[in-house]
Design a binder for this molecule. Structure first.
Ligand code: ATP
Length: 265
């Protein structure tokens, strides 16, 4: 068995008095791809923020590469983030910088590489996302799918050992979505980066992830392989997989009165 790169041990987290996550136990092995799924507000993004070290649990431990993040000094946390690539929902590009300068940005910011090496690296990263040739365009000249790919190229510029994706498929048409999904998977393989992706897109997740973690009400309802998840007979997960509006996750808000009462019928 290879070593766990990310480990959550008995993690509980609350925003103030409000419990968000409890009893969280899972690990992701080095180089593996984990998808975190669950309904809206179930705590997925909070889980990602615990991995980046932006927030710390009130109970339990979040370990990355064998070390407890809560024990990191400021410098160590900074170093941790430097080895991490984060791609957010709309992967916002700097609108006043060209594609080239967007991808070069982290290289210029975090390394002292000479410009000719930066140029080669930018072209390699753009090539990896199938976009060599667009380097002089401005973000406003790109389609949504292309912009997401440029953002991915920028995220992998420093060859991160950990990749975090927060809803990378949001707002994409089905073709661009398929392209981004296979790129995300390829990047994981090529960089041998451990990857964690928060997503609502069950079809893509089950296709590209090695491991699925399903959250409901801040707890892990299921953790296992996509094959195991497909075979599960759980009303929660079935509702999610089949996109049913009603089920254990109720469509209706639990109002205190009936509609008849409200309408005086
Ligand atoms: N900074 C914050 N302060 C207080 N509450 C917060 C904060 N951030 C998130 N929450 C609450 O924590 C809960 C979990 O939020 P989180 O963003 O982790 O859920 P999610 O599963 O990613 O949801 P979605 O799929 O809708 O993005 C939500 O009820 C949210 O309102």
């Amino acid at each position: 068995m290879s070593t766990p790169f990310i480990e959550m041990k008995d993690v509980a987290f609350a925003y103030g008095e409000r419990p968000i996550l409890s009893n969280i136990n899972f690990h992701v092995e080095q180089g593996r791809f984990a998808a975190i799924m669950g309904g809206s507000g179930s705590g997925k993004t909070t889980l990602l923020r615990l991995i980046t070290g932006q927030i710390h649990p009130q109970q339990g431990e979040v370990r990355v590469n064998g070390r407890n993040l809560a024990a990191f000094s400021r410098e160590e946390l900074h170093e941790h983030r430097r080895h991490m690539g984060v791609l957010f929902q709309f992967g916002a590009l700097f609108t006043d910088l060209s594609v080239f300068d967007n991808v070069a940005f982290p290289l210029r910011e975090h390394t002292r590489l000479p410009e000719d090496m930066i140029r080669d690296l930018v072209l390699l990263k753009l090539n990896a996302v199938g976009l060599r040739g667009v380097e002089s365009l401005m973000p406003a000249e790109l389609s949504g799918g292309m912009a997401r790919r440029v953002a991915l190229a920028r995220t992998i510029a420093l060859d991160p050992e950990l990749m975090l994706y927060d809803e990378p498929f949001t707002g994409l048409d089905p073709i661009s979505l398929g392209v981004i999904a296979s790129l995300v998977r390829r990047v994981n393989k090529a960089l041998r980066a451990t990857s964690v992706m928060v997503t609502h897109d069950i079809t893509q997740s089950l296709e590209i992830a090695d491991q699925v973690i399903f959250l409901a009400h801040g707890e892990i309802l299921f953790s296992g392989s996509p094959t195991e998840m497909r075979q599960l007979d759980s009303p929660w997960i079935n509702q999610f997989i089949h996109g049913k509006a009603d089920g254990p996750v109720a469509f209706r808000y639990p109002a205190a009165t009936t509609l008849q009462q409200d309408l005086h019928l």
